[in-house]
Write a protein that binds this ligand. Structure first.
Ligand code: FES
Length: 72
């Protein structure tokens, strides 16, 4: 779905930017250009960033260490 009509940024592009290393809305904005013109999409863009970061945190918390894992 298009999040930003001015720059053609989709929710997928925002998620990809986060998967590639962006850790905040500011970083996503710099990487994708979302909300860099009229700004009307900023709330939705922030929501997609927040949801994606929360999904990643939840997924990382759910990864169990192997039983034989020992700290070096
Ligand atoms: S809709 Fe995103 S900057 Fe205008």
């Amino acid at each position: 779905m298009y999040v930003c009509l001015c720059t053609g940024v989709t929710d997928g592009k925002i998620r990809d930017a986060i998967y590639e290393g962006c850790c905040s809305y500011k970083e996503v904005r710099l990487a994708t250009g979302v909300a860099s013109q009229c700004g009307k999409c900023a709330c939705l863009a922030k929501e997609v960033v927040r949801e994606t970061l929360m999904e990643l945190q939840t997924a990382q918390a759910a990864i169990p260490y192997p039983a034989e894992f020992t700290a070096a």
